[in-house]
Design a protein around this ligand. Structure first.
Ligand SMILES: Cc1cc2nc3c(=O)[nH]c(=O)nc-3n(C[C@H](O)[C@H](O)[C@H](O)COP(=O)(O)OP(=O)(O)OC[C@H]3O[C@@H](n4cnc5c(N)ncnc54)[C@H](O)[C@@H]3O)c2cc1C
Length: 417
């Protein structure tokens, strides 16, 4: 493991920091931000997001790992990590472009035709178009290949019917990356086809989902007789799983690219100094100090585990399955920090509102943390990866892998049969 920047990495870090300090205000160490889960993203925030993205694009920093011909910086994944680390030191507007830059763009680069690349890619870093990801369905999440949204070919068009769910930012998106079942008679991974769908097409209905935090940043998307021209198919017919794997691999890298969900321990130390327990600042109470020490230990363990992945990246190797340890531990740590912060606030910890300490951001963090244990692969799925790929335990039994999808029993079919 190597903890230090190479000479080139240090030079890029300086370059990033110089640019960021010229365009953004620095973030105070204990500052918390809303996860934008308590309320809709306001028009002014969206405008600020677009404006910041456009300035980054003009300076070449909008998509660090993308080739320059599509508006990227032409940098390495390690440079992306450095950029993220540095950007987190500043107060940047909310980012609604990460699904386009992190998922849709790289998938189009890998599988798109030249026409598709020229049509979509240059408009993503410049904030012209927002993408969403239409993968999960009510009965297909961890087992994504079990999806049922149907695509039926009609000449040079496809007709799409089905339902997607948990689609972040779909209510703001112009385009979506969509996986469908084009042949139910093939085994489940083989009969899939991947499309780029215009979210403004007739038959696309986006319904925001009200979340436990009170906001609605993700959605159900209903697709009823939606027409997609064949020129918007990404990859070959029946090759949708292969294309989707590119998206999922990039999603994993996006999750692991040096950003941690929620504030670090600096913010909770600061909170513990402001809250009172038994007539003294909570930070002086021995039980509180013990729990804080536990959190700091967890965070440090997470940081050092992260260095393994960073060392691999720095040496040009892809991040390995140890990313699953980071994802698992970071989401649980976020929940632990939120829970402790609410406890420090005493009875008022149970109230979330403008009158709460730090405007209720701790409560919001605690409530949002359940979602981070699900998104991008649940805790159990991460444990499966750790068990199978790191510990060499026997693989999950998958009896339905080779059967035609139409013959896999479901509760409806079993009841009918
Ligand atoms: C904040 C957030 C944002 C999201 N954004 C998007 C988005 O933009 N686009 C999109 O398409 N989707 C999105 N999702 C959906 C996300 O990908 C799925 O929720 C996730 O893959 C889990 O699928 P599921 O919800 O269907 O749960 P299921 O897969 O049905 O899992 C239910 C339970 O069973 C467990 N389980 C399932 N399979 C196994 C197994 N093999 N071994 C052990 N346990 C298992 C799971 O761990 C879980 O506890 C988002 C989710 C969240 C929370």
């Amino acid at each position: 493991m190597d903890f230090d920047d190479t000479q080139e990495e240090a030079a890029f870090r300086r370059e990033a920091r110089d640019w960021l300090s010229a365009h953004l205000a620095p973030r105070p160490p204990a500052r918390m931000d809303s996860y934008f889960l308590r309320r809709p993203i306001a028009a002014a925030e969206l405008q600020a997001s677009r404006a910041y993205q456009a300035i980054k694009a003009a300076s070449g920093y909008a998509a660090i790992t993308w080739p320059r011909e599509y508006g990227g910086y032409g940098g390495s994944l390690m440079q992306q990590v450095i950029w993220n680390q540095e950007e987190d030191r500043f107060l940047a507007p909310v980012n609604v472009f990460h699904l386009g830059i992190g998922l849709a763009g790289p998938t189009i680069m890998a599988h798109g035709t030249e026409t598709q690349k020229k049509r979509f890619l240059p408009r993503i870093p410049t904030a012209e178009i927002i993408f969403c990801q239409l993968f999960s369905e009510p009965a297909a999440g961890s087992d994504l290949a079990g999806l049922r949204t149907r695509s039926v070919r009609a000449g040079d068009k496809w007709i799409i019917n089905g339902q997607k769910v948990w689609n972040s930012l779909a209510h703001l998106a112009d385009w979506g990356i969509l996986v469908t079942r084009s042949d139910p008679h093939m085994p489940k991974h083989k009969g899939l086809t991947y499309f780029i769908v215009d979210m403004h097409s007739p038959g696309v209905e986006v319904r925001p989902i009200k979340q436990i935090t009170g906001g609605a940043t993700f959605n159900e998307v209903f697709l009823t007789d939606v027409v997609i021209p064949d020129e918007n198919r990404l990859g070959a017919v029946g090759e949708g799983w292969r294309v989707a794997l590119t998206t999922l691999m990039n999603e994993r890298m996006l999750l692991g690219a040096g950003r941690q969900p929620g504030p670090g321990t600096a913010a909770i130390l600061d909170l513990a100094a402001r809250c009172m327990t038994q007539g003294q600042p909570a930070i002086e109470n021995s039980a509180v100090r013990q729990e804080l020490a536990d959190l700091i230990t967890q965070q440090e363990a997470l940081r050092f585990t992260g260095y393994r992945a960073l060392t691999a990246l720095s040496q040009g190797r892809p991040p390995g399955p140890e990313g699953s340890i980071g994802k698992l531990a970071a989401a649980q740590l976020m929940q632990h920090i939120g829970s402790m912060a609410m406890g420090l606030q005493g009875a008022s910890g149970a109230v979330m509102g403008a009158q709460s300490i730090d405007e209720g951001l701790w409560q919001e963090m605690f409530l949002a943390s359940a979602g981070t244990r699900i998104a991008g692969g649940t805790d159990e799925i991460q444990r499966n990866i750790i068990g199978e790929r790191l510990l060499g335990l026997p693989a999950d039994i998958r009896l339905d892998k080779e059967r035609p999808f139409s013959e896999i029993p479901t509760s409806t079919r079993a009841a009918a049969g």
